[in-house]
Design a protein around this ligand. Structure first.
Ligand SMILES: [Zn+2]
Length: 84
């Protein structure tokens, strides 16, 4: 069976699973599963919906952008801004 590309990073997916952030399923690759990564737009929706008040396990998640895994903590309202 051929799986779709990973919804988090775009590489070939390992399978489809339910997101830990809500009742929605995405395709994930092995690397994104290892990095506890989820779709950035869903993470941003979760942070906006909760006003940034999320559980520590959510803050420990990552998302994929510009070829690297980045911490959800960078997206929190009180996060220091990144230079560049
Ligand atoms: Zn991936």
């Amino acid at each position: 069976m051929t799986w779709p590309d990973c919804d988090v990073c775009g590489r070939p997916a390992k399978g489809v699973a339910g997101s830990v952030l809500g009742a929605i399923s995405f395709a994930y690759c092995q690397e994104c599963l290892i990095h506890n990564a989820d779709v950035k737009s869903l993470i941003e929706f979760t942070l906006n919906d909760c006003g940034g008040e999320v559980a520590e396990w959510v803050k420990d998640m990552t998302y994929y952008e510009n070829g690297e895994y980045r911490s959800v903590r960078e997206l929190l309202p009180d996060a220091p801004t990144r230079a560049g």
